[in-house]
Design a binder for this molecule. Structure first.
Ligand code: GCB
Length: 597
């Protein structure tokens, strides 16, 4: 490394709170957990941020000030304010915050004894939507986007006693945001995922990829990236149980790309084998459990480990079973994915944004393939450059976090977006970015269809040319006619690619029974599933489905008193885990599909 580079690095590392791209391995390290009670101040007028001329105030709430003498009047006090539990959304923790969209300030104090020659980071699993983070009164930086992790280096700011973190979290919706103003899910605000302090060696393994090479079941390839001063090091990869250990040298930027032959047992839903993988450098060691599989397409088929697979799926929102609000715990993940397994699924669509890490890890060990997506949903501002950058960053953060997970087989760039040339350019940009970052997984998007005559559905969205798998949402029998309408429908596409029907469904209130033509009844939903499945069975290029949706979820758009009560009722289970009749229709169908194999 030359002198100029060293000076530059020292300069960068010495800026307090120099904001990081999200280093993937920070999420894998043991750390000081900051979950639990955080004091909070609700601030609808953003009084703690702006002065009375609406200028950012140098003495905002982030200073966590205390009166210095008896005539000092400071009009806030975190320590006497109430608390919220982190991780957790605020809407479902306090009745008065149920509909709240705006700013809430969080504060947590902690002590931290840093070891010699280490670096320290503050990591957030996610904060919805815009977070500005301060440590001991200094701004560390901000993060936009509610569903991906971010971290800040605090090596030079953290002290042994009485640190305080203040976070301004603002979940106001906006037209240029991702997602935009209009969605069909609850805009749960707050520090919705874990917060932790992580200590690493001065030079540490910041990111790595260990995956089968695309199209090969006998070659592992990937790369390792170091971060710090001592970038030129010997590094190694070891796979326990496969008796593999390989050594490499990183270049002067701390990077090495590698590839080696390996005979590993392949991960699949029937046998989700995971290997203990250890990556070591001269200064650091990190490990994880990783599965190996290939995923490709051939004509209209999806091939898992070289063999055609039909994706028996279900869509899932990150909504907590039984208690409502944002799901985040391992128990939530086990319940939701357990129901998917009970249905007979081998596939889940994690809608409409990256879900928490517990979901992905649990899917890895349960053997569920995943469709993971970013909230580029409905009417995004296609021509706004900032909106594109924001979407692209969320996509990168999703891929960076999860690209070693065997369960994830496809990245989706959008959901039901209206056709236009700027939209196509925007989405092509995202597809390009995803391919650059991860050449091994399939790219998809939930697109729309249209009628070319009274009974023929056509999928010809120009985006289809750029993705590997066509996703398509359709609501024939619910928003479009009655369930019987599906009987005469035929499907066509201009693409020679596999199709996943990424949504279909209809609403039913658990326990409401009537005849099959009565809206909101379990019988209506049951009949809709029966007719839909008969139609889908006849699509020759169909490779999978993820009906909408596993469990009822909160949405401000769903008002009807006594039926919806602010819940989208298209779940196969109620929010209390009660199974509706349609659950059994899909379960039976998935059993039949398994037997047909
Ligand atoms: C859709 C959306 C999904 C909605 C669903 C519905 O097409 O993709 O987010 O919740 O329809 O229930 O209308």
């Amino acid at each position: 490394m030359n002198k100029i580079m060293i000076t530059l690095l020292i300069f960068l590392f010495s800026i307090p709170g120099y904001a990081q791209e999200s280093f993937m391995t920070l999420g894998e390290r043991s750390s000081l957990n900051l979950d639990g009670n955080w004091n909070y101040i609700i601030d609808p007028y953003e009084n703690g941020y702006y002065d009375y001329r609406w200028q950012p105030s140098p003495n905002g709430f982030f200073k966590n000030e205390k009166p210095k003498n008896k005539w000092d009047h400071i009009e806030y006090n975190f320590d006497t304010s109430d608390t919220l539990t982190v991780p957790g959304d605020w809407n479902s923790q306090r009745k008065e915050l149920f509909f709240y969209e705006g700013t809430i300030w969080y504060k947590k104090s902690f002590d931290f004894k840093k070891k010699n020659d280490t670096r320290v980071f503050l990591r957030f699993g996610a904060a919805n939507y815009l977070a500005i983070v301060y440590l001991n009164g200094e701004e560390l930086g901000e993060h936009e986007g509610g569903f991906t992790p971010f971290s800040f280096e605090i090596t030079n700011l953290v002290r042994e006693k009485d640190n305080f973190i203040v976070v301004k979290v603002d979940n106001k919706r906006c037209a240029e945001c991702v997602p935009t103003l209009n969605t069909d899910w609850w805009n749960y605000g707050g520090l919705t995922r874990n917060v932790s302090i992580i200590e690493t060696p001065a030079t540490f393994i910041s990111d790595y990829v260990v995956q089968l090479k695309k199209g090969s079941t006998g070659e592992i390839s990937g790369w390792i990236q170091l971060n710090g001063f001592k970038l030129h090091q010997e590094v190694s990869i070891a796979l326990r149980d496969a008796d593999i250990r390989r050594r490499y040298k990183t270049d002067s930027s701390g990077f090495v790309k590698y590839s080696f032959p390996a005979s590993v047992k392949l991960w699949s839903p029937e046998n989700p084998v995971l290997y203990e993988v250890t990556i070591s450098s001269e200064t650091d060691t990190i490990g994880g459990v990783i599965g190996f599989r290939t995923i490709e397409t051939k004509g209209t088929q999806i091939l898992l480990n070289g063999k055609p697979v039909f994706l028996r799926g279900i869509s899932i929102h990150e909504e907590a079973p039984f208690r409502s609000g944002r799901a985040n715990s391992i128990q939530d993940a086990r319940t939701l994915l357990g129901w998917a397994k009970e249905l007979g699924c081998n596939f889940v669509r994690l809608a409409h944004y990256p879900h928490n890490e517990n979901m992905v890890k649990e899917a890895d060990s349960l053997g569920l393939m995943i469709w993971s997506e970013i909230p580029v949903y409905w009417t995004i501002r296609w021509e706004n450059d900032q909106t594109f950058k924001n979407a692209s960053r969320q996509l990168s953060e999703m891929i960076a976090r999860d690209r070693n997970r065997a369960s994830i087989i496809c990245w989706s760039v959008s959901n039901e977006t209206p056709l236009s040339p700027p939209r196509l350019e925007f989405l092509k940009g995202l597809v390009r970015k995803a391919r650059e970052m991860d050449p091994t997984r399939l790219l998809t998007a939930a697109m729309e269809r249209h009628y070319i005559d009274a009974t023929t559905q056509m999928i010809d969205d120009p985006l289809g040319e750029f993705v590997d798998v066509l996703g398509c949402n359709e609501y024939i029998g619910w928003y479009d006619g009655l369930p019987q309408k599906t009987d005469a429908i035929r499907w066509k596409t201009v693409f020679n690619k596999p199709l996943i029907i990424s949504e279909f469904g209809g609403s039913a209130l658990f326990g409401y029974h009537a005849d099959s033509l009565t809206a909101w009844s379990e019988e209506f939903q049951e009949s809709l599933y029966t007719h839909q499945l008969a139609m889908l069975r006849k699509i020759p290029f169909l490779s999978g489905m993820s009906p909408w949706i596993l469990m009822d979820f909160r949405s401000p758009r769903r008002q009807l008193p006594g039926i919806q009560d602010f819940r989208n009722r298209k779940g196969l289970l109620s929010e209390r885990g009660e199974k509706k009749k349609a659950f059994y229709v899909l379960q039976k169908y998935y059993k039949e599909l398994q037997q047909e194999k």
